[in-house]
Structure formats: C-alpha cells, structure tokens
Design a protein around this ligand. Structure first.
Ligand code: AMP
Length: 414
C-alpha cells in the first residue's frame, strides 16, 4: 500500500469506543466538579509555546510540528491560558480531552499524536487549587479502578528561589561535568534543571548527590509546601516527595507532581500524567497576574495501565437487517427503522442483488436477524424472520409495524 499512516500516529477504529468511554467519564466527572469543557484550536502560534514552555525545553527545541509561524499544539496549558486571558474572568476551571502533537521518536507509550485528559484552574495562591486538583485526580483514578500508581511531588518555589538553586546546581554539575552523559552535557548549557530528568545510568549517581531545591526555599515557601503536605495527609491523598522532580517545562512554580505507573505495563514510559502550579504564566503571556494550577494525563498510557482491551468495548447490540426486493415496500422498512431509534437496524434494498446476495451481505455485516418483506409476505400480511446464528426461520403473522424487533429471540423459543 502506497499511503500508510504517518509514523507515531494511529487510525483509531477498534479503540474508538475506549476513547469515547474515557472521554465521557472524565468530562462528566469534571462537569460535576464545576469545570467547563474547553476545545481550543489545534494550531497555535509558535511563540505561545516559546514564551510559556520555554525556549530550552525539549518540546520547543525539537518536538514541535511547525507550519509558518504556527505549530500543532504540543500541550494544552498555554492555549487554555491564552483563551482564558481573552475572557477577562478572575476564576476559571476548564477541562479537556484532546489530541496533542510532538515530534518524538515513536515507541511503546510514546506517539507523535496522542490524547491528553486534563484540567486547568485559575484562582488564588492558597493550597485550595492543589488540593482540589489532587482530589479530582484521586476520584478519577478510583472511578477507573486504577490502583498501581503513585503520585510524586516536589516544590519548585518562585523564580527567585529557583534562580538561586540553579546557580548551586550549575556549580555542582560543573564540578562533575566530565562524568556526565553527552545529553546532560548539552543540557548543562541549555537547561541545567533538565539534567535531573536524565534516566542515563552514569547521571543517576551524580544526580543523587546534587543539591535539592528544598534547601533554597524561603520560610514562606516552606510554609506553603508544608501546608500542602499536611492537607494531603489529612485528606488521605497519598503522595511521595521526590526532591529531584522538576518536570521539563519552564512555567511551573510551587507544587509540581507526576503520576507514575507501578504496574509494570508501561515499560520505560511510566509517567501517566503530571502537572503543577504556574502562578506567573498569565502575566508572562501579557495578562493579569492570576495564579493557576493544572494537570494533564496521557490517554494511551492510561489504556495500557488499565489493560483496556478492545474486546470489552465491542458494540454487542444485535444488528437486525431488513431486506426487500421491491421499491414499493421500501417505505415500510424505512418507517419501521424510524420507529425504533434505539435499535441497530440496517436496510438492504437491492433488486439486482437478489435475496441470496442480500443474505450474504447481512452475514458479512454480522447481522443477528434478517427480516424479509417481499411481495408474497405482504400479500399474506406476514413477515419472515431468519435467525442468522442457528439458520432457523420463523413467520410472524401480522404487519411489520407490529413486530417487536427488540425481542425477536422469543419467536424462535416458543
Ligand atoms: P507532559 O506534560 O509532557 O508531562 O505530559 C503529560 C502526560 O502526557 C505524560 O505523563 C504522558 O502520560 C502523556 N504524554 C506526553 N507525551 C506523550 C507522547 N509523546 N505519547 C504519549 N503520551 C504522552
């Protein structure tokens, strides 16, 4: 075949019902928690992500699909902030279930087009947003019966605290520079914080001895951090502090967190989702200074973690095929179908096919029953029904309009 789907992208056919269910579950839960659904455009200005996610982030440096000065959105926080700022509101709570695009090397759990479920909350800088967000994630995973996961958290402080920490981190990595991996050497120049995300073995030991941000937080930030941890414990939101968790995006301040799969189903791509606070982003993008907090989870990884199999989602509603070879009879079939909007009904009218071919077609469509209404049946005021599983036939004495299509099995059991 000359035309195949692009690398890292998928045609969702069999998986589609899984996506539909996850989307419905997620959006409905958010609506019950007073969120509004938001759908932003897939194309956004490149500059939006340069200003928010950061020039030196992997996303901006190498992962965006670009078209003139527009890009396919690689994430949804910046677009939602952009949309929110045009609304002139103080509070906003938005949720989405939408595709994102990143030009990454495709592998298990890593695609170039992938779906995210997520939310963004705008408000104040009390721990209310963090706690509400984490509670929502907890109810979501309880509803989906996801049990093998942990939530890692860290506190990044404000930009001044980060700058001091960054200096200490640079000093430290400079002293061990020669032992760093090649990728980390490059990151040293462009984005030192990202060395902490390295999975390379040779970096791991060095990272373990690196300074931690906690030592650079002011009293005020430490108080906020402790308040969040205390509330988590009070509300039984299980979190694990990972003092080296930084996440790869520039806009985070305060709490950052990542949901990590512990089932082993995900291979090396264990992050189910992540998020955090971004109190500066609204102002950075030219709006008022409005504190905010958000989360995004990956749908494809969730499907792997939950071990959701297409089989469980196959539409098992039996198909009834109505067939005739007479154009004059067709309106009766169409009327019947219109009277049964909840049933799965296919109409086949094709005189040139003949009944034999129409049956074959019904078989291919995996019809459970075929109902035949030809001239003969009409003149006798009866309808013929074939059970496609057993091959048995039955006759219903009466008009098609009186036949109950939802309980055709009973005609074969009595
Ligand atoms: P991020 O904001 O980059 O941490 O992304 C949030 C979540 O989206 C991750 O934890 C993953 O579950 C998912 N995700 C990110 N990139 C990809 C990708 N290329 N393919 C599939 N899922 C992804």
């Amino acid at each position: 075949m000359k035309y195949v789907v692009a690398p890292g992208m998928k045609d969702l056919i069999k998986e589609s019902p899984i996506y539909r269910k996850l989307e419905t579950d997620f959006i409905n839960l958010c609506l019950l928690n007073n969120f509004q659904e938001i759908r932003t455009p897939i194309l956004e200005s490149r500059d939006l992500f340069v200003r928010s996610v950061g020039e030196a982030s992997d996303i901006v440096e190498k992962e965006m699909f670009t078209c003139d000065d527009l890009v396919l959105r690689p994430e949804n926080t910046a677009p939602i902030v952009r949309a929110f700022l045009t609304q002139n509101l103080e509070n906003g709570r938005y949720c989405y279930f939408a595709p994102q695009f990143r030009k990454e090397r495709p592998q298990k759990g890593r695609f170039r087009q992938f779906y995210q479920y997520g939310f963004e909350m705008f408000g104040d800088n009390s721990p209310q947003l963090e706690i509400e967000g984490l509670l929502l994630i907890k109810s979501l995973y309880t509803q989906w019966k996801l049990s093998d996961f942990k939530i890692e958290v860290n506190y990044l402080g404000n930009f001044e605290e980060r700058a001091k920490y960054l200096e200490a981190l640079k000093d430290y990595f400079k002293s061990v520079y020669e032992s760093l991996s090649e990728t980390s050497k490059k990151r040293y120049e462009s984005n030192t914080l990202r060395i902490l995300d390295s999975k390379e073995l040779c970096d791991q030991m060095l990272i373990a001895n690196a300074p931690v941000i906690n030592d650079y937080l002011t009293e005020e930030s430490l108080n906020k951090w402790n308040k969040i941890l205390n509330l988590c414990s009070l509300l039984e939101i299980k979190v694990e502090v990972n003092p080296r968790l930084v996440r790869g995006l520039d806009y985070y301040t305060g709490l950052v967190f990542e949901v990590i799969d512990t089932s082993g189903n995900l291979g090396s791509q264990k992050a189910l989702g992540g998020g955090g606070r971004y109190d500066q982003l609204c102002a950075d993008l030219g709006g008022k200074s409005i504190p905010a907090f958000g989360f995004a989870g990956g749908v494809e990884r969730l499907i792997l973690a939950l071990n959701l199999n297409e089989e469980k989602f196959i539409d098992r509603q039996p198909l009834v095929c109505l067939i005739t070879n007479k154009p004059e009879i067709l309106p009766l079939l169409v009327n019947k179908k219109n009277l049964e909007p909840k049933l799965k009904i296919d109409i086949c009218f094709s005189p040139e096919m003949g009944f034999k071919k129409m049956f074959k077609r019904a078989d291919r469509l995996q019809a459970r029953f075929v109902i035949i209404l030809a001239e003969d049946e009409l003149s006798k005021n009866q309808v013929k029904i074939k059970d496609m599983t057993s091959g048995n036939e039955a006759t219903f004495k009466g008009a098609l309009s009186d036949l109950d299509l939802s309980s055709l099995e009973t005609l074969f059991t009595s």
